[in-house]
Write a protein that binds this ligand. Structure first.
Ligand code: MGD
Ligand code: MGD
Ligand code: SF4
Ligand code: MO
Length: 726
């Protein structure tokens, strides 16, 4: 097909002969777009398209989705299992039998020598729910280690913790359709147009139709902030102060929903006493938003017929991450904005299946939001799986961010990493490197053989990717959608479900405990055991999910087509059926800029890349738009330091240093810089990552750095190359 000029250098789009379309759900972000992969007559993936009748994306895809099928043939996919005795020796290619026998033997050796909890499992938000459920069964029911967590501790754990504290359970109560009903939208610490482009498209369409006010709270002038009616450039890490102050004004000016508060919440008195201290004048000094703007936003929110809040990592990744979520819930509870069209607290989820792990992986509890701390829940699952109830711990074990220090101190000796790359994604990576060196045994299960963690692995297990296997993902709005197998995995790579099952066979286990082989059989178990729970899948099947292009839980006899919202009747999951209003005193405990380290270091994402770039770094059409580790720096600060646009600079924190290219932009304040998280040996060498006390999530977005000019730009360019070599 020819476009534009037809004679000189015409644009040619090759014809892609599609013989068959395979239905899938995108495996990058949690928007949950339906994608069809186009296969040619030989079964090769040649193109992709958005599914026109899908309720989430109505045919739209962002650029990551458009090029996602290129992953199947991308460089350095793992094709064969690898082993070695010591982590400084070269790997040897081996068979699945040998690799799995060795893994099982090492797990048994470590557990029998040092105790069951000395072997830890850290997984992800990026495999299928059937795989999560099976891994949970293996870990809780067979291995019996309580040190089992996922990278969701870097991502959603503040949202989970905040939902549990406020409503008595995890589970985002709203949906994308709420944009079409709201009269005011507050977006806190979220850059929707870059990180969830198709959710942003839904929001923009709704605003084009109904012109409701959009307020964006972010220290940075993001694309989203530029699209807003009002941008509140908050001081880093002080959102709780702003949110307390909004509640202060709402109560003071009598804009709160008295009847709703009386009928459906507890704790109002202590809550109102605490927010009484956060008058706009006092709050303005702490959070940097002037008092008139605070009053303005509070009035807009309080007077709106329906108002909603969305948030992402600007809230979750903070030392007050869980409190920030609770503060948002408080605001919506006092204004009666939970469970009604356009009135909600909607956490925008990160990874494609961060929701699925929360629902079924047993990481922090037991399947279908069951708790280890609850006797009846333990008894139910013990009976359902056919394991001894005493085998389950009675409270959750270490979070991911506490597992690494426990390796450092020698309490944990072996580690299994599944679809996560902590050598790049954890704060203070130099320390993580040292930590991994200490392990007696590390097994890495990843779709890419070049993932950094393999440098310290004793066994590498090559996994199939999205589209090479089947199963379901749950998106931000609780919609369960399905991925069908489009192509075969490369070489000997296997679906994670197959790997978990094959490993389970190598352990002695109770006679009744079964490990079904197909995703459909596993789904059947999940469906049955979720019956009657908040995340009720009992009315779903794989077939119905595909037919409807996703179904929102709860889906059961009462809601045969799924339900768009939770808590519509004002009943919550705490024992008294009420939601809790929780007072949130603000404690200022971040590492702050000072004379030695005068800049706030902020980090996050760009639209083209996915996390540690194991995937997007290898897709030409994505990588070429953002190939270089860079830093946003305000031109006035640059002038003071004598730094020119596109010069390489050295950024130094109390942990380590990194070389980045300076991009001069007013997007960041004169005392702040922003570095994308995507590059190895870059921003996470610098980040401190203080932990939230409730969720143990790191404050990736608040540390202090200084900037040094580099005289030798040629050498600096080489140092910068190291970070993008992967
Ligand atoms: N293109 C792309 N999309 C993705 C991902 C990806 O890697 N690439 N990853 C997915 C995942 S797992 C996640 S978790 C989401 C993350 O999605 P987002 O949270 O939207 O993305 P981030 O860029 O991490 O951070 C959002 C904003 O938080 C702001 N922020 C920093 N400090 C503060 C603060 O103190 N207060 C407030 N209010 N804001 C602050 C930052 O300036 C930044 O603009 O994106 C998902 N989507
Ligand atoms: N400084 C800073 N650091 C951050 C953040 C930040 O904003 N700033 N954000 C944090 C957040 S929100 C997140 S979610 C984390 C993400 O951190 P990570 O999870 O460590 O990053 P990914 O690159 O997504 O790693 C996923 C790995 O899984 C592999 N993989 C993909 N699909 C499959 C599969 O189906 N099976 C298997 N076995 N492997 C697969 C990929 O190849 C990749 O190596 O980073 C955190 N780190
Ligand atoms: S918005 Fe998210 S789910 Fe949709 S195509 Fe882009 S990366 Fe995939
Ligand atoms: Mo995330």
């Amino acid at each position: 097909m020819l476009f534009g000029r037809h004679t000189k250098n015409p644009i040619r789009i090759p014809v892609k002969p599609v013989a068959k379309w395979a239905y899938t759900t995108c495996g990058y972000c949690s928007t949950g777009c339906s994608i069809e992969v186009g296969l040619d007559a030989h079964g090769h993936a040649v193109t992709a398209r958005g599914v026109a009748d899908a309720p989430v994306n109505a045919g739209k895809l962002c650029l990551k989705g458009i090029f996602k099928h290129e992953l199947f043939t991308s460089a350095n996919r793992g094709r064969v299992p690898l082993t070695r005795e010591r982590s400084y020796e070269p790997f040897r290619e081996t068979t699945w039998g040998t690799a799995l026998d060795k893994t099982a033997a090492e797990i048994q050796r470590i557990q029998s020598t040092y105790g069951r909890d000395a072997f830890a499992v850290v997984s992800t938000g990026q495999i299928m729910t059937e795989e999560f459920y099976t891994l949970g069964k293996l870990t809780r029911g067979v291995l019996g280690t309580n040190n089992y967590d996922g990278n969701t501790t870097l991502c959603m754990s503040s949202a989970v913790s905040g939902y549990k504290r406020s409503f008595g359970s995890d589970g985002p109560p709203g949906c994308y359709d709420d944009f079409d009903h709201t009269d005011c939208l507050l977006a806190v610490g979220s850059n929707l147009p870059e990180q969830h482009p198709v959710i942003y498209w839904r929001l923009k369409e709704a605003r084009d139709r109904r012109q409701f006010p959009l307020i964006v709270v972010d220290p940075r002038v993001t694309v989203f902030a530029q699209m807003a009616d009002m941008h509140l450039p908050i001081n880093p890490g002080t959102d709780v102060v702003l949110l307390n102050s909004l509640a202060h004004v709402i109560l003071k000016e009598n804009l709160h929903a008295r009847d709703y508060i009386a009928a459906h919440t507890s704790g109002f008195e202590e809550f109102s006493k605490l927010v009484g201290q956060y008058d706009p004048t006092t709050a303005a000094r702490l959070c940097g938003i002037d008092e008139d703007s605070i009053r303005n936003v509070a009035r807009l929110y309080g007077k709106a017929e329906a108002a909603m809040s969305i948030w992402t990592m600007g809230i979750n990744q903070s030392t007050h991450g869980s409190d920030g979520v609770v503060a948002i819930n408080n605001l919506n509870l006092v204004t009666g904005n939970i469970g009604k069209p356009g009135g909600t607290s909607l956490s925008i989820t990160g990874q494609c299946n961060a929701m699925g792990t929360r629902e079924f992986s047993s990481c922090s509890g037991l399947p279908a939001y069951r708790a280890l701390e609850n006797d009846a829940d333990r008894a139910f699952m013990a009976d359902y799986w056919g394991v001894d109830e005493e085998f389950f711990p009675t409270k959750r074990g270490l979070f991911q961010t506490d597992i690494f220090p426990a390796i450092e101190t020698g309490q944990i000796k072996g580690l299994w990493l599944i679809a996560t790359n902590p050598m790049s994604s954890m704060p203070n990576t130099a320390r993580i490197r040292k930590t991994l060196e200490k392990l007696e045994f590390l097994v890495v299960q990843d779709a890419y053989a070049d993932v950094e963690t393999t440098q310290y692995a004793h066994v590498y297990l090559p996994a199939a990717l999205w589209g090479e296997k089947e199963g379901v993902f749950t998106n931000t709005e609780r919609r369960v959608n399905i991925v069908r197998r489009a192509v075969n995995p490369p070489g000997a790579a296997k679906p994670d479900l197959w790997i978990f099952n094959a490993l389970a066979k190598r352990f002695t286990k109770p006679a009744k405990l079964r490990f079904p082989e197909t995703p459909a059989e596993v789904f059947e178990e999940m469906r049955t055991l979720s019956n009657g729970r908040l995340c009720d899948y009992s009315g779903m099947t794989h077939g119905a999910i595909e037919k409807n292009r996703g179904i929102q839980w709860p889906c059961n006899a009462a809601h045969p087509h799924g339900a768009p919202r939770l808590y519509t009747d004002g009943g919550f999951q705490h024992a008294d059926g009420k939601a809790k209003l929780i007072p949130l005193p603000f404690v200022d405990n971040n590492e702050r800029p000072d004379g030695h380290y005068p800049f706030w270091l902020n980090s996050g994402r760009v639209v083209e890349h996915w996390h540690t770039r194991t995937k997007t770094g290898k897709i030409g059409n994505l990588n070429k738009f953002s190939p270089t580790p860079y830093m946003e720096l305000n031109p006035s600060a640059a002038e003071r330091l004598g730094i020119r646009h596109m010069e390489y600079v050295r950024v130094v924190s109390r942990r380590s240093d990194a070389v980045v290219m300076a991009q001069l932009t007013e997007r960041v304040a004169p005392d702040a810089v922003f570095i994308p998280m995507h590059f190895h040996e870059c921003v996470n060498r610098l980040a401190l990552g203080l932990l939230d006390p409730h969720s143990r999530q790191p404050a990736f977005k608040q540390s202090a750095v200084r900037i040094e000019k580099i005289a030798d730009q040629k050498n600096a360019a080489l140092a910068n190359l190291v970070a993008r070599a992967y």
